[in-house]
Ligand binder design. Structure first.
Ligand SMILES: Nc1nc2c(c(=O)[nH]1)N[C@H]1C(S)=C(S)[C@@H](COP(=O)(O)O)O[C@H]1N2
Ligand SMILES: [Mo]
Length: 423
């Protein structure tokens, strides 16, 4: 594929969407969704064209184009999990990956969460009111939908994740269905729209970060993923970068659904067509492909890179003899049932030992650990791990490409150099 590719995404230019409407001028302001997208801001045509001038459309890199300073700036802000931290079942504070589209917002002390739209009784809850509902805790593995994007050819130009956009935390809060029951859902409600306190411009569209869930997903209960309005991470108040004071947690779904700095929940009688729903986060092959929405997490196994690294190349070095290989595996569709390991670049596979969890119900949406032993012989080796879940989903050996670089769960390859027989 040659030439210049426009319209990729962590945000696509779409068709029949708000991005399109925003370009077309004042009619767009009459659409109720346009008001939702820009929050409280009233926009004029001049304002819209000024914004568009500073915010470039999405694109896919030229075949030989290296990572740019802009991608580097995003990578430095949005850090991944150091892979050796896969050794912890619960990711220690600060090592969980972070993805923030705009800025971490300054949330005022008098923060409240409003629940409105198609409800019988709109709610305004402060932290004390939220904490007065019975709390639950779920251990959830969260992964960015763009994980694996930078390994694609051609590369969608956006946050350049390799494999490390993942982490696991214990999230404590109130089930969303408890709050919606308190407010009373009107019969014509079909979706819940979640608005964060952060604001920015993306691909020419000024917006508050907003995502929606179908009502059935928003009100699901175990064994389906129970959505939480969470105010604690690993038993402590949420840190600023993870959504302080309150975020949504949607077990099993890719990260974009877990709206941080949550300030409003609105039930709507029509499906939400905001930017992060209808334009971004769709699996598209071409700009005019309406695509499918990005939802649940595809299975993935990651290996703790064995031995020790070379500083620059990150090539792993081991000594001949038995080497323990271990890591974690997860899926947002169903529990992981098998992890296979290849130590000969995919020629042959052995099943790894998979650890159970002491409480399958509480940990249904969290990763599991796996381990096996490899007898290393001198030379260079490519190690691969592959996860399969109970719904039969597995990992491809080659990258599944789409214009946004979403859901690339192709297997991780770890290059290991085994030293010659020693002294
Ligand atoms: N308000 C708001 N919520 C957000 C985002 C954001 O930019 N703003 N980023 C989303 C994306 S794309 C991901 S992957 C997760 C990342 O969550 P974390 O930083 O806590 O790991 O948050 C999601 N929630
Ligand atoms: Mo993400």
């Amino acid at each position: 594929m040659g030439g210049r590719y426009e319209d990729a995404d962590e945000a696509h230019e779409g068709r029949e969407t708000q991005a399109q409407e925003a370009q077309e001028g004042p009619e767009a302001q009459e659409a109720p969704e346009a008001h939702i997208t820009t929050g409280a801001h009233i926009t004029t045509e001049a304002h819209i064209s000024a914004i568009r001038a500073l915010s470039a459309p999405a694109r896919v890199a030229e075949p030989a184009e290296g990572i740019s300073h802009e991608e580097l700036a995003l990578a430095a802000r949005n850090h991944g999990l150091p892979l050796e931290a896969l050794r912890y079942d619960l990711t220690p504070p600060g090592l969980h990956y972070v993805l923030v589209h705009y800025d971490i917002p300054a949330v005022a002390d008098d923060w409240t969460l409003t629940v409105g739209g198609r409800v019988r009784t709109p709610l305004r809850l402060d932290m004390a009111a939220l904490r007065s509902f019975p709390a639950v805790t779920h251990r959830v593995t969260m992964e960015c939908a763009g994980n694996g994007r930078a390994r694609l050819t051609p590369r969608p130009v956006s946050q350049p994740w390799l494999v490390e956009a993942v982490g696991t935390a214990d999230w404590t809060g109130v089930p969303l269905r408890t709050l919606l029951a308190e407010a009373g859902v009107e019969p014509d409600a079909v979706e819940a729209v979640f608005t964060g306190a952060d604001h920015g411009v993306e691909r020419g569209v000024e917006q508050d970060y907003q995502r929606s869930l179908p009502l059935a997903d928003a009100t699901a209960a175990a064994p389906d993923p129970e959505v939480l309005v969470a105010y604690e991470m690993n038993g402590a108040p949420l840190p600023p970068q993870h959504g302080h004071p309150v975020r949504l947690v949607v077990p099993g779904w890719y990260g974009m659904a877990h709206v941080k700095w949550l300030r409003d929940i609105s039930l709507t009688s029509t499906p939400f067509t905001g930017f992060q729903q209808a334009v971004a986060y769709r699996y598209r092959q071409s700009a005019d492909d309406p695509g499918e929405p990005v939802t649940r997490i595809s299975p993935r196994a990651l290996m703790i890179p064995p031995g020790f690294p070379d500083f620059m190349s990150r090539t792993r070095v081991v000594r001949p003899g038995p080497v323990r290989l271990e890591g974690r595996a997860w899926s947002g569709h169903a529990p992981v049932t098998m992890v296979e390991v290849s130590t000969d670049d995919g020629e042959s596979w052995q099943e790894a030992e998979l650890n159970g969890t002491e409480d399958p119900a509480a940990y249904a949406w969290a990763w599991r650990s796996w381990r096996t032993t490899w007898t290393a012989a001198p030379g260079t080796h490519a190690l691969i791990a592959r996860a399969t879940d109970a719904a039969g989903h597995s990992q491809p050996l080659t990258e599944p490409w789409n214009r946004g670089g979403f859901g690339n769960n192709a297997v991780q390859r770890v290059t290991v150099f085994c030293l010659p027989q020693g002294d």
